[in-house]
Design a protein around this ligand. Structure first.
Ligand SMILES: Cc1cc2nc3c(=O)[nH]c(=O)nc-3n(C[C@H](O)[C@H](O)[C@H](O)COP(=O)(O)OP(=O)(O)OC[C@H]3O[C@@H](n4cnc5c(N)ncnc54)[C@H](O)[C@@H]3O)c2cc1C
Length: 449
């Protein structure tokens, strides 16, 4: 084939943490590397999901430095030790690019106390070393990382969306509007926002995918003071339990001490999320409380199920997230601004509609969340009170999972997947790790390892 200026040894689709860490691994190997992203470069970005740095750029960058959070090594044929080794390298690269400060999770005696308390309540407390970059700092780190990759010879094309992946005998063709790029190998890492698109490509290329679970739930916001001691032990403590009525997994996720709740707007629904800044603090702490949904034959499409719930919640909220006092949720009545004003905390997301979350969620999910809140109250004392607010919907789509080798290669030779769109990661660190394994796979196939 014609090796034109539009041909590269490897093209990475998506410049989120998977794409950037894969590019880092591939730089200086002698291979020509192009990263294509449909969004802007870090300093010019306005979009939350699209652009160099990916979805993580506007997050507060809580780095979970353990194989136990954000993925399962066995799902892509790796051992915990292999994943831990790369996690250390990811942490080092973040440090080289300007992440400062120490780690939470080094407070021995208090940790044991919390572990005991959680066990007594029938809750699993997942302990991890963590670092917190801060929403105000992560884009600076990303910008540095981006510049370093350019210095190391990585090419970038921004504001360019890949519409189609075509496979030929010895190469791939990526169709981007009127333009065509070709490569010997492709790493597709388009993140959660691109997972649906990737699934369509996989279908056309006859790559087998399996439906995974999704997590549906709420953001819980409460006075920061009641989480303070736990936050000293682990900044973003992870609690998991099984609901009494249905034996479904309910877990906390993404805790933001002194943080903010934000709305995430998608084409036909709105979701909530949370973040924390290092330079600006509120008096509130928030975390997501999520109920796991697994569907089995004949209805397995968890994505559609999650999107239907999101649309219904958006309808009930009149196009905005729903806000409700926890006590109103537990007693089955709708909240009003008047009732919310009786709370001692000021909501950090005001562009929301007071309502009844139970109207938007299937009864099983609402019950799981109610039970979860009651159990967590024995660990986070004071959680169940008039001073706690709930926002919905928060939905995590990690649905489509690819069957991959330990190098993240799909059934199509030289086509690799990485990051959240692969179904094998849920967070910045694991995305980076899967990106690095994919890069090593490319190096191996192209004779550089
Ligand atoms: C508000 C918020 C807070 C978060 N907080 C944390 C946290 O504290 N800690 C944590 O570990 N995780 C956090 N996350 C999750 C974390 O950001 C993601 O897990 C991580 O960014 C996934 O990385 P990725 O590389 O797989 O995909 P992404 O970061 O989503 O990057 C994918 C990239 O692909 C590009 N793309 C998509 N489709 C195409 C296409 N067709 N053509 C070209 N480009 C395309 C997109 O523009 C995007 O830049 C948070 C997420 C959000 C939204």
């Amino acid at each position: 084939m014609d090796k034109s200026k539009n041909h590269f040894n490897v093209i990475l689709i998506g410049a989120g943490s998977a794409g950037l860490f894969a590019a880092d691994r591939l730089s200086q190997t002698g291979l020509s590397v192009l990263v294509v992203d449909r969004g802007e470069e870090p300093s010019l970005r306005t979009d939350m999901n699209y652009g160099i740095g990916g979805a993580g750029t506007f997050s507060d960058g809580k780095l979970n430095l353990t194989h136990r959070i954000g993925g399962e090594p066995g799902s892509f044929g790796r051992t915990p030790a292999e994943v831990e080794k790369l996690i250390c390298q990811v942490d080092d690269i973040f440090t080289e690019n300007g992440v400062e400060g120490g780690y939470s999770g080094e407070n021995g005696g208090e940790y044991h106390k919390l572990l005991r308390q959680a066990s007594a309540a029938g809750v699993e407390f997942i302990f991890a070393r963590q670092r917190h970059i801060g929403t105000d700092r992560l884009h600076v780190v990303t910008e540095r990382f981006y510049r370093r990759l350019i210095e190391h010879g990585v090419h970038f094309r921004k504001n360019l969306k890949v519409d189609e992946i075509r496979h030929f005998d010895d190469h791939f063709e990526l169709v981007c509007g009127n333009e065509k790029l070709t490569a010997d190998a492709v790493i597709a890492a388009p993140g959660r926002a691109g997972a649906y698109w990737l699934r369509e490509q996989a279908k056309r290329l006859n790559i087998q995918t399996i439906y995974g679970p999704i997590d549906v739930g709420i953001r819980v916001e409460f006075p920061a003071v009641i989480y303070h001691e736990i936050g000293q032990i682990m900044y973003d403590a992870k609690f998991r339990l099984y609901s009494k009525s249905y034996d479904d997994l309910v877990r906390t996720f993404c805790t933001n001490p002194n943080g903010f709740i934000v709305a995430e707007h998608f084409d036909d629904f709105v979701l909530v999320n949370g973040h924390a800044r290092r330079d600006s603090k509120t008096d509130n702490t928030n975390f997501a409380l999520l109920s796991r949904v697994v569907l089995t034959d004949p209805v397995e499409d968890t994505t559609k199920y999650g999107r239907d719930i999101a649309r219904l919640a958006t309808t009930i909220g009149g196009g905005k997230p729903i806000i409700q006092r926890l006590t109103d949720f537990l007693s089955g009545r709708r909240s009003t601004w008047d009732r919310i004003s009786r709370s001692s905390i000021v909501p950090t997301l005001k562009d929301a509609t007071p309502g009844d979350i139970a109207m938007a969620f299937p009864q099983r999910i609402a019950t799981n969340l109610m039970e979860g809140l009651n159990v967590l109250n024995s660990i986070i004392s004071g959680l169940v009170s008039n001073n706690t607010l709930l926002y919905a919907p928060e939905i995590k789509f990690y649905d489509t999972k690819y069957n991959v080798t330990p190098f993240m290669e799909t059934s199509v030779r030289n086509l690799f997947v990485a990051g959240d769109a692969s179904g094998h990661s849920r967070g910045i660190v694991y995305s980076a790790v899967t990106g690095m394994f994919a890069a090593e796979g490319v190096m191996k196939n192209l004779g550089k390892l």
